[in-house]
Write a protein that binds this ligand. Sequence first.
Ligand code: ASP
Length: 328
Amino acid sequence: MKRLLAAALAVTALSGFAQGYPGSKPISIVVPFAAGGPTDRVARDLAEAMRKTMGGGANFVVENVGGAGGTIGATKVARAAPDGHTLMLFHIGMASTPALYRKLQYKPLEDFEYLGLVNEVPMTLIGKPQLPANTYRDFEAYIRANSGKLNLAHAGLGSASHICGLMWQHAIKLNDAMTTIPFGGTAPAMNALVGGQVDVMCDQTTNTTGQIEGGRVKAFAVTTPKALSGHKLLKDYPSLQEMGLKDFNLTIWHGLYAPKGTPPAVLTQLNTAMKAALKDPAFIKKQEGLGAVVVTDKRMEPEAHKAFVAGEIAKLKPVIEAAGKFAD
Ligand code: ASP
């Protein structure tokens, strides 16, 4: 018996995996936005893929803690027990919020363990179905002609939709042309857009593709430097650069995090399972259908993830400050 136990311990040590983890307790992936939105969708697909790659019947749940551009959920995760049972899937907001919130309750580079980047997702500029414009040029002309009368929906200060809206208004030299309306995520914002209660939104293709295809919203442009010629639906929309917005380039990335102090063996186990999940053909196919691209192998590593976020924090600060707006 003793020998068996010693052998099991040796295997655990060799594999670098944590003994007894995750056990029967679920692993919660906190999404700092509302259910049904783009971050939520990536998290649920990832949870499903990781459930398979963790083996041993690991049980994942997705917990939506929306509000304040993702900072409420991120604060909760920064303060959670570092036992491998609370993780977070967050996007570019991890790097944009330091430039927007004077009293951020967590330090992005100090209060989390980095588990690796997941994917990259372009954004689309969309409008309510009742807008008279059908092309980007007509859309921009309509916004100019109606400056001060329209609403821009977003998922809170620092969210992807908010940054995109700020950058776009700044690029067309129409700062504050629209009243910004924050939601707890772009799922409820999308409902308001489809219902015609708000006018404009910029959101990840993971949320907009189905709505564009169903004719429930109008799409005008994508935020990548070039049009998405490889995508069967999105190929029809020009990039903002092609429409004359020099250097406009915004792609949203997602990464997986754990609270600081999570044991190294648990982190190794999670990173291994995440990397295997990102290679699952079913996961890759789902992502591609929604316009997203899984990151390269190197970027799935914790060190590369952390270095990338540090670079993004430095890169986004001047961009956001130029476009304006701060939160307390
Ligand atoms: N797409 C949202 C954003 O603008 C977040 C979400 O609801 O997933 O950041």
